[in-house]
Ligand binder design. Sequence first.
Ligand SMILES: Cc1cc2nc3c(=O)[nH]c(=O)nc-3n(C[C@H](O)[C@H](O)[C@H](O)COP(=O)(O)O)c2cc1C
Length: 213
Amino acid sequence: MPHFTAADLAQLEKVYRLNLVNAITGFKPANLLGTQDPAGRTNLAIISSVVHLGSNPALLGLVMRPPSVERHSYENIRSTGHYTLNHIHAGIVKAAHLTSANFPREESEFGACGLTPEYRDDFQAPYVQESYLKIGLTLAQELPIELNGTILLIGRVEHVYLPEENVLRPDGSLHLTAAGTMALSGLDTYYETTPVARYGYARPHQPLPELPL
Ligand SMILES: Cc1cc2nc3c(=O)[nH]c(=O)nc-3n(C[C@H](O)[C@H](O)[C@H](O)COP(=O)(O)O)c2cc1C
């Protein structure tokens, strides 16, 4: 089987290595990060590194690339303290990918990519109107990762907006396939999902409770 050691990885051509290492974690969530500067100029960027850090308080992390070049989302989050995450579905996947292009600061990816900023409940960051599942966050902590200059941004969940029907189950879990939420691998491939099984709380030496999908 193909095998790469750390020394092999270090010697790979840059794009090959980037493609490989970005895919080895498995499928990742596909989100659009919505921000604005203090003057209200909006920004949108696709982000695959969102991770759950805890439920009480509800905290989400995301990894920002090193701010060695202009990072508009990062600058906006630092200056306003607010940002949104918006799930990507098939209807907006092309526009979502396009947000990763290097647009100049004064050009909003919303307009350039054909997506609509939406404001809710006086929150100081734009949501994506076309997205079905959206989260508003306040920056709670920044953790610089000294090994490579990336930054773990930790946000406290302030708002969660869900679609009207068929997504929120009675126990609080979410049927993300019904919401059209996509997954992504590497930096380039998007997937619709098919649920395979759903299990209840696991206990040693007891049959797993099977839950309806
Ligand atoms: C599929 C995909 C996933 C990405 N995930 C991240 C990520 O998790 N963190 C990050 O900093 N950039 C990520 N990027 C890159 C940003 O989308 C890109 O740098 C964007 O231009 C940032 O825009 P900004 O300068 O307006 O903030 C990703 C790009 C793609 C195509």
